[in-house]
Design a protein around this ligand. Sequence first.
Ligand code: AMP
Length: 285
Amino acid sequence: MNGTAMRFAIPNKGRLEAPTARLLQQAGFRYERTERSLAVPVLDRDIELLFVRADDVCELVTDGVADLGITGLDLVAESGADIEVLAELGYGHCRLAAAVPNTSPIDSVADFEGLRVATSHPNTAAGFFGDKGVTVRTIPLRGSVEVAPRLDIADAVVDLISSGSTMRLNGLRPVIDLLASQAALVRQRGAAEIAEVDQSVTMITSVVAARHKKYVLMNAPAHAVGKIRSLIPGFDAPSIVPLADPTMVAIHSVVDAGAVWDVIPRLKAAGASGILVLPIEQLLL
Ligand code: AMP
């Protein structure tokens, strides 16, 4: 470990900043960030948060300056560093795509041969086309990649897309995806085991796991338990709790959040009543 505290590098601005702060707070990291502060101690823990650009997280983790980091998988790929992805965090979803102006006839990877490709991910772009035996000239740009064809700096772009509206707005048409990305928890591969790192990973991954689940409680006639169990296989056997009325039971179960609204009408049809759907704060598997 460097110095005394474990150092945890997280994005200080941009798309990953707010959802990362939300995740850390839900996970139980308490800190007071003042405007522009780079290093902020976590209250009651031997952890220092380093607020840095998302692009710098990989470098800090590889250099051993930070013991843990949060950044985009696209930036991990672009850095080319030997970084271990400990967990995908379920936000910051986007894809890195090669796109051309709407008017361009280009339709396949091979059609990119000889083109000038503007991109904020030059290593990934060069690697992708190189692997396919296609030679392109990458034009590295930090931002505003999507305006490069209009300015005639480039014939095509390799850029991040989430909804696709920025590309559409700039008259660009995605042709092929290079990779899919989301925010991830990362560290230097082979880094020494540190208790604070392990504990932080558990705190964070338990929040991410809980976001995909709901706690569902209901009352049901005792004779309907078999039918209801078949409707909520869940990740674990449900708890069946007796009620004052011996013909009735309470059933508690953890259900996939995405399936809840499909399952509820079927639970009702099977005799369930008084159904409660509760969020789960943290889930340790
Ligand atoms: P930013 O700091 O806002 O430039 O973005 C940092 C990271 O946010 C990117 O490297 C991606 O991992 C992620 N991201 C998610 N959606 C998008 C998007 N539509 N455009 C750019 N970055 C995105």
